[in-house]
Design a protein around this ligand. Sequence first.
Ligand SMILES: Cc1cc2nc3c(=O)[nH]c(=O)nc-3n(C[C@H](O)[C@H](O)[C@H](O)COP(=O)(O)OP(=O)(O)OC[C@H]3O[C@@H](n4cnc5c(N)ncnc54)[C@H](O)[C@@H]3O)c2cc1C
Ligand code: SF4
Length: 350
Amino acid sequence: MHPFQYQRAESTDQAVAAVAQNPGATFIAGGTSHVDLLKEGVHRPTLLVDVSALPLQQITPLAGGLRIGAGVSNTAAAYHPTIQQQYTAVSEALLAGASVQIRNVASMAGNPLQRTRCPYFRDPTQACNKREPGSGCAALNGYNHVHALFGASTACIATHPSDVAVALAALDAQVQTSGPTGPRTIVFPELHRLPGTTPHLDTVLAHGELITSLDLPAFAGRSHYLKVRERASYAYALVSCAVALEMNGQTIRRVRVALGGVAHKPWRLHKMEAMLAGQVPTEKLFRTAADAAFADAKPLAHNAYKIPMGRNLLVRALLETSGLRPLAGPAGTAFAASVGGMAGQLAGPR
Ligand SMILES: Cc1cc2nc3c(=O)[nH]c(=O)nc-3n(C[C@H](O)[C@H](O)[C@H](O)COP(=O)(O)OP(=O)(O)OC[C@H]3O[C@@H](n4cnc5c(N)ncnc54)[C@H](O)[C@@H]3O)c2cc1C
Ligand code: SF4
C-alpha cells in the first residue's frame, strides 16, 4: 500500500482546510469503500483526513422534510421511523446494499461518493481513463456486462454503484456542502457527472468540499426502490429503480423515477415523468412508458440483457408504488427492495 499520513478532523472548517490545502489529501468517513481502493493501489493519497468524529451524525426535521447528517450511518438512516414511513425508497435502498456490518460503519455521505465497480478500474494492470486519465478504457472491448446503457462516452462506459443515490435522486434530495469557498447546496441529480472526456471526475464537488448533510424535501406521496442483482444479497445492482409518486385522487399528480446500474450517475427519466403526469395508472400505461424510457438505450457487446430487465423492473416498481400490485415484502425492508437474482427477473414477462 502507498504510504500516507492520517489526521482526525476536529471541526468541519479544519477538515475542509486540511484537504483543500493539500492536493494529495482526501476525506475518509467509514472507510468501507476508501480502504479497499487504498489496498488495491487505485487511490494513492498522501493524507487521509478522518471526518467520522465530526458532529454530523443527527437526523433532524427540516421545513416539513428531514436533514440527514453526512456522518449518520447507513443503518441508523435505514431504520429511522420517518425515513421508513415517509421516504421508504431511501430505507429500502440502504437495506438492499452491502451487509449489516458494512452498513453499521458506512456513512450517508460516503455511500453516494463510492466509486464505480467496473472491474477494470479496480485492476491497476488494466487501461482505465477513470483511474489514470489518458490511458484508455479496457472495458470498451472487454467484458462489459455490468456497464452503461445511457450517457456513456468513448472515454468511459462505467456505471455508478450506490443504491441510496438512486432513491435520493428520485426524491430530489439536496446536498449541503462546506468548501474552500464557503457553503453551497447541490440538488442531488446534479451531484454526479456523466463521463464525457473527464471520467476521472465522478461528481461536481471541488477538492476539499465536504458534504455536511443530505436534505430530503417535504414529500407526502409513496416511494419505493427495487433492485436486481446476481445474488440475493451482498451484490451491486445490475439494474435498480426508485419511484416517488404523488397522486391527486385517481390520477398521477407527479411521479419522479430514477434508474440505477445503467449510467455513470443515477438516471432520471424526466421525459417519462412528464408523460405519466395527469394519467390514471394502469399496467398498459406503465408498459408503454417503460418502452419509451428504454428506446434511447445504447447497449454494448455484453449488456443488452439490461434492457428487458430494466423495462420489467420499471413496470414492476410503478405497479407496486401505485398499489396496482402488492409489494413483495413489507415496505422499508430488504425483501421489499429485492426482486431476487438475475435468472428470476429474466424469466418475467417479455
Ligand atoms: C463488500 C461490499 C459490498 C457493498 N455492496 C454495496 C451495495 O450493494 N450497494 C451499495 O450502494 N453500496 C455497497 N457497498 C458500498 C458501501 O455502501 C460504501 O462502501 C459505503 O457506503 C461508503 O461509506 P463510507 O462512510 O465507508 O465511505 P468512505 O469509504 O470513508 O469514503 C468514500 C468516499 O467518500 C468520500 N467522503 C466520505 N465522507 C465525505 C464527506 N462528508 N464529504 C465529502 N466526501 C466524503 C471519501 O473521500 C471517499 O472518496 C459495498 C461495500 C462493500 C465493501
Ligand atoms: S469503463 Fe470507465 S472505469 Fe471502466 S475501464 Fe473504462 S474508463 Fe475505466
